[in-house]
Design a binder for this molecule. Sequence first.
Ligand SMILES: [Zn+2]
Length: 324
Amino acid sequence: MTPRPPVEISPPDISAYQDGGTGVPWFIALDSGRQGPHVLLTALVHGNEPCGAIALDALMKARLRPAAGKVTLGFVNVAAYARFDPADPCRTRFLDQDMNRLWDSAVLEGKSRSRELDRARQIRPIVNEADMLLDLHSMQQDATSLILAGRHEKGLDLARRVGTPETVVRDDGHLTGRRLRDYGRFGDSEEDAAALLVECGQHWSVRAAETALETALAFLLRTGAIDRVPAGLRPLAEPRPQRVVDVTHTVTTATDRFTFAADFRGLEVMERAGAPIGRDGAHPILAPHDGCVIIMPCHNVRKGQTAVRLGRFVEADGVGDGAE
Ligand SMILES: [Zn+2]
């Protein structure tokens, strides 16, 4: 079992953003007054992932002003975040249920209640309106940051336009419920609205906070929402070539006893099909094909959760032959 990484960053005080002029608490409206898309940046869909909150706070402190269209900055699961405790940082991912597994119209319009569903219903009108979404997250492992672009070409196109992080994952999400990035028009190939989820690095690392801010700025600049990096913030580096991984399998646990065969951090490549990846109770999990890439291994998972995704690198500009 890997020890819990240290908490290097302090979660910012976001109380000043409660009334952001959108009518939805902790959602801030920035309107250029000019024509252009509505760009939405979200942080804290998971309450224990402060990197996105640090990035949005930095944008506000730098007096971000859109050059075209509208920008909305949203702090999502504020109730869980309010209970964030650096001494026990894993506990506040959510209060009642994972807020990134309920973005389905049937669920949102259903009768179930939870603090996360109540909040999702509250922010839904803004999400419905957004043309582009960047949802800022972080991960358990101290691993390379990733863009989760979904399965549609428009997600990959947006990831390429933004240009950073360098690793783009084409994936289907989770069996256990739909993510914000796959919701509504974002998940509909007939619609132009597109979304990216970025995993910025280990939850509580300085690097994750830096990546969140850099990605937010790249997203705003390269979608045309801003025309320059606000004064006082670090200019963007030139984008480097990206590589794309197609998810071919999502391993959802059938038991509470999932263990990995090695201390995987993510993006390791198992050269040969059949190489051991882990065990789900008595059931061995083996590499399903040659060149099998380990994506976001999640240690300490319970039954019914996503333990890891498996995929393969796509050749430059190819579409791969992954499981569509
Ligand atoms: Zn997350």
